[in-house]
Design a protein around this ligand. Structure first.
Ligand code: NAG
Ligand code: NAG
Ligand code: NAG
Length: 464
């Protein structure tokens, strides 16, 4: 082809991309009006459920524990791993035995049940589903304000991720005139929260359920925090209820809009256009990112398409569930631990901590319904809401750990969060941030909420 024609083609592509960029970035859709009473439970129970708030306790009953131990001990021999590999092919089967033995013989079910019941827990029926949550209200001296915060977990986590952080958030600290009233729900279909009985419950619908939970507890204005699916639900809450959410803290800040993909692509040629030089390696080269997604996101595609098939196996085999879930605590904490024979699992977590999390899936038989969340969120109907493109004025604060699955610079996040107050960039930490580094997590949440409160005070003053 002649040089002239190449240039013409390039010019047309550039103009086309430019026009598309302008169209995508300037034309923002409006927030949808979701049905705030949509019924997710069995139809015959409509209007007949008890909506009181009932105390709840985790119970590892003897029959369940006995059955679990029998299954753990009777597994068929694991297929030996290939020579010289770590976790590249998945959970290294040489590393499974100590975990399975620990779960069957050393994990103290009585003590762990007691541990899991250290905070007050409740269930209440919202839109046909019994929703489980932890609620810790601190006792404080006069002059200290107690402010509500909703903490949301994701997959394959649970409310367990927040156990170390809860006492830090409910304790007064120097330099702050407030402390948190903490509400930590299990996502619908996770742990002890009921699953929907029909399709359609994705992140925006979960946001409606949690908003209704906060109203049931008497909170019409509150702060929110989330990671993983919890981050997506927090994002939906900020988008759907900007007048209720006082501030939004996220440890997985991503805005997946066409506009940001264009910027990401442009940045692959000239990174300095989109990201500070010291953070370039969190985004580029793009080929690393593509390879990473292909190598590590098979589970996502599987769960977004056939959750019930894989769920049949995982719900039946505790060692299978262990391999499937615990593997994620290796690579999502440090990708480089993939090459270790033990997956580096005990780098920041103990066996008890990770098995507590497994118990919340096993004892409630919730693995299949937890994975369906992927299918719901990837449904055409949900994606058509274009939630990531809708702007929200809710003051937002991102905590960006070194080993989080994705990194986006503030300019990307501001396309949605017009009042992004700050992004804390850390050189440590991974995906399960609150679980891994509870002190840093609590410190950042306090800082963020202080900034949200100052922002509201200033705004009220300028509006007078
Ligand atoms: C398990 O924990 C319970 C309650 O904390 C304790 O009484 C018991 O001695 C423990 N069992 C073992 C085998 O350590
Ligand atoms: C989940 O769905 C929302 C639309 O409601 C979309 O914006 C978001 O990118 C989806 N996220 C994932 C991780 O699938
Ligand atoms: C905002 O984040 C930056 C970078 O992490 C940090 O240096 C700065 O102290 C933060 N600002 C506030 C008010 O915390």
């Amino acid at each position: 082809m002649a040089m002239g024609r190449v240039l013409t083609v390039l010019a047309v592509v550039a103009i086309g991309a430019g026009a598309w960029y302008v169209f995508q970035c300037l034309e923002a859709p409006k927030a949808p009006k979701l049905n705030l009473e949509e019924w997710w439970g069995p139809n015959e129970l409509k209007g007949k459920v008890d909506t009181s708030i009932r105390p709840f306790r985790v119970q590892f009953d003897q029959a369940m524990v006995q059955d679990l131990k029998t299954r753990l001990k009777n597994h068929r021999p694991f297929t030996p791993p290939l020579e010289g590999v770590g976790f590249e092919y998945g959970f290294n089967s040489k590393a499974i035995d100590p975990w399975v033995q620990y779960w069957a013989d050393k994990y103290n079910f009585t003590a762990r049940e007691k541990f899991l019941n250290q905070f007050p827990q409740f269930k209440t029926n919202i839109q046909g589903l019994d929703i489980h949550f932890i609620r810790v209200t601190p006792m404080v001296p006069q002059g200290v304000k107690v402010v509500p915060i909703l903490l949301m977990h994701g997959w394959p986590g649970s409310v367990r991720e927040f156990y170390e952080a809860i006492p830090l958030l409910t304790q007064q600290r120097a330099g702050y005139d407030f402390v948190f009233d903490v509400v930590v729900p299990s996502l619908p279909g996770y742990g002890f929260s009921d699953p929907a009985v029909r399709p359609g419950l994705a992140a925006p619908q979960a946001a409606v359920i949690f908003r209704n939970l906060m109203h049931r507890l008497g909170f019409t204005k509150y702060y929110i925090q989330g990671g993983d699916w919890g981050a997506l639900i927090a994002s939906s809450l900020s988008t759907l209820f900007p007048d209720e959410v006082l501030g939004h803290h996220t440890n997985m800040a991503v805005v997946q809009s066409g506009c940001n993909y264009v910027k990401l692509f442009v940045g692959s040629f000239i990174p300095s256009l989109v990201v500070d030089s010291h953070l370039v390696d969190r985004m580029y080269p793009l080929s690393n990112w593509v390879a990473y997604v292909l190598e590590e996101f098979g589970y996502f595609h599987l769960q977004a398409t056939k959750p019930d098939t894989i769920g049949t196996a995982l719900n039946d085999s505790p060692s299978g569930l262990l391999a499937y879930i615990v593997e994620k605590f290796s690579t999502w904490t440090r990708l480089e631990h993939r090459s270790r024979a033990d997956g580096g699992l005990e780098f920041r977590f103990t066996k008890d901590q990770l098995i507590d999390n497994l118990m919340l899936y096993w004892s409630s038989k919730s693995i299949t319904t937890s994975m369906r969340f992927y299918a719901e969120n990837m449904s055409k109907k949900n994606l058509a809401l274009r939630m990531d493109e809708i702007k929200t004025p809710v003051p937002t604060w991102a905590l960006q750990a070194k080993n989080e699955l994705f990194y986006q610079p503030p300019s990307f996040l501001r396309t949605k969060y017009t009042n992004l107050l700050n992004a804390t960039v850390l050189e440590d930490g991974g995906h399960f941030f609150a679980f891994e580094l509870p002190q840093l997590f609590a410190d950042d949440v306090f800082k963020a909420v202080k900034a949200f409160r100052e922002w509201h005070t200033k705004k009220a003053k300028t509006e007078l």
